[in-house]
Structures are given as structure tokens and as C-alpha cells.
Design a protein around this ligand. Structure first.
Ligand code: NAP
Length: 245
């Protein structure tokens, strides 16, 4: 049975990704920084008849938590096939270039950039044991410098210094990681779920978690001829999905 780890899976997009992967017969480790929230999430899936899921305590900003999660998963499996780096934060307000504080920047990068790097580095050995390892870094089209400098981009006026730059930084990590693992079976991509109705945006998003989940799961399951080191946003390019960095 294939295995997957989804970070920030106790609710919203991460929870839906966990549900969709489990529904496809993959054994899912549902990452949750609060164990009880994770247990509640697993119980919801159990009520829907999904039992190939278990909670794993995982705060992506905490070295010990990530190492403990790696040790616990390592007791159960020698290999991880899919890592979904989903957990992320917006970073609060204000996010204007002249008002945002350094502390806000640090907290946002701690989760959205260093958290992704931390989890990836700690789990890479288990991923290397998979014949077809896949990593999806959940990004945002708003992390595209090309789009955000184009006045015709639909979210051009949604500027947010810490959040947007953290996703741009994470995107560059995707590029470097894919380059460093070139010539292997790894496929690593940045994927935007689209503007989705969740707690993240006070439920102002226009898309559903179901569609967001499908967009992410697609790249978690791409075959050996699929892309790596690319950036996808179906919302911004319904044809091929690929968008400019
Ligand atoms: P959400 O509703 O705010 O949920 C975020 C999830 O991340 C929660 O499970 C949260 O856990 C978890 N999390 C935050 N910090 C964490 C940490 N330090 N360690 C572990 N888990 C942590 O957000 P969402 O809308 O589902 O967004 C998921 C991802 O999609 C994010 O990376 C976001 O940037 C990206 N995205 C979202 C949208 C959108 O419109 N919603 C658009 C583009 C990209 P708690 O419950 O404990 O807080």
C-alpha cells in the first residue's frame, strides 16, 4: 500500500487532500500540530468509512516535533511515497511593504519556507525508498512574481509582503530541490489550489476544498513521465495548468 504524509491536514485543504488520497487506497499520515484536532479529523474520516488514515503530531516550525513524527512513521513503514507540504499561514495584518514587521515576516517564513524545508529534509530518506516519490509544495499563484507584477492579473491588488514573498521563496526551493534530485524518480512541483473557501481567508474564497484537493492530488499521483520542478495553477491556466514563476 502506498503511503502519504500531509502536513496541516486537520482541516480545510489539507484535510480534503488526506481524504482524497485515502479514498484512492493510499495509507495517509494526517499531520496535525494539535493532536486532538487531528484525532477529530481522523474520526470524521472514519465516519465516512475511511480507515486507512492515522494522526501524526506535526508542528512544521518545531524541529523536535518533525523529528518525532519521522521516528514514529519510521516505526511503521520504511517508505513514504508522497509528501504534501500543505501547512501554511497568511501572516496576519498589516502586510503593506512599509507597515509589516520583521517579526511577522519571520513567523510567516518559519512556517511557509523553513517549515517546508525542515519537513522535506527530515523525511527525504523515507521518500528515497519509494520507487515513485512525489512531493507537492502547496503554493499560491500569488507567489508568482510574473503575475503579481502584471496589472491584468486578477489578484494584482491583493498585495501581502510576507505571504507572497514566502510562497515565492518556497517556489525557488521547489526548483532547487527538483534540480538536486534530477535523474532520480522524484517528481516535485509547486501547486496552487486556487482561491478556496477556508479559514485561511475567512471563507471569502470562491473555490471548494474538493476542487483544491483534486488539483493537489493530481500532482501527488503523476506518473513517471510527468513534470518536475514546475509551477501549476489551474485557476490561472485552465489549459495546461502551468504558470510562470
Ligand atoms: P487553513 O484553513 O488556514 O489551514 C491551514 C492548515 O495548516 C491548518 O491545518 C493549520 O493547523 C496548519 N498549520 C499552520 N501552521 C502550522 C504549523 N506550524 N505546523 C503544522 N500545521 C500548521 O488554510 P488552507 O486554506 O487550507 O491552506 C492550505 C495551504 O494552501 C496553505 O499553504 C495556503 O498558503 C495554501 N493556499 C490557500 C489558498 C486559499 O485560498 N485557501 C490559496 C492558495 C494557497 P491549525 O488548525 O493547528 O491552525
Amino acid at each position: 500500500m502506498k503511503t502519504a504524509l500531509v502536513t496541516g491536514a486537520n482541516k480545510s485543504i489539507g484535510f480534503e487532500v488526506a481524504r482524497q488520497l485515502a479514498h484512492k487506497g493510499i495509507y495517509v499520515y494526517l499531520g496535525s500540530r494539535d493532536v486532538q484536532n487531528g484525532i477529530d479529523a481522523v474520526n470524521k474520516l472514519l465516519e465516512d468509512g475511511i480507515n486507512n488514515v492515522e494522526v501524526i503530531q506535526l508542528d512544521i516550525t518545531d524541529d523536535e516535533s518533525v523529528k518525532n513524527a519521522r521516528a514514529k512513521i519510521g516505526e511503521k513503514t520504511e517508505r513514504l511515497d508522497i509528501l504534501i507540504n500543505n501547512a501554511g499561514v497568511f501572516g496576519g495584518y498589516p502586510q503593506g511593504a512599509l507597515e509589516i514587521t520583521i517579526d511577522q515576516f519571520k513567523a510567516t517564513y518559519d512556517a511557509n519556507v523553513y517549515g517546508v524545508i525542515r519537513v522535506t529534509q527530515v523525511f527525504i530518506d523515507l521518500l528515497r525508498n519509494s520507487p515513485e516519490p512525489r512531493i507537492v509544495n502547496v503554493s499560491s499563484s500569488q507567489g508568482s512574481i510574473t503575475l503579481h507584477s502584471d496589472p491584468s492579473y486578477k489578484y494584482y491588488d491583493y498585495k501581502a509582503a510576507a505571504y507572497l514573498s514566502s510562497k515565492a521563496a518556497m517556489n525557488m526551493y521547489t526548483v532547487v530541490l527538483a534540480y538536486d534530485l534530477k535523474g532520480t524518480a522524484f517528481k516535485i512541483n509547486s501547486v496552487c489550489p486556487g482561491f478556496t473557501k477556508t479559514d485561511f481567508n475567512g471563507h471569502r474564497g470562491t473555490g471548494t476544498v474538493e476542487d483544491a484537493g483534486k488539483r493537489i492530488v493530481k500532482y501527488a499521483l503523476i506518473d513517471k513521465d510527468g513534470p518536475t520542478g514546475k509551477f501549476f495553477s489551474e485557476e490561472n491556466n485552465p489549459e495546461t495548468g502551468e504558470i510562470a514563476w
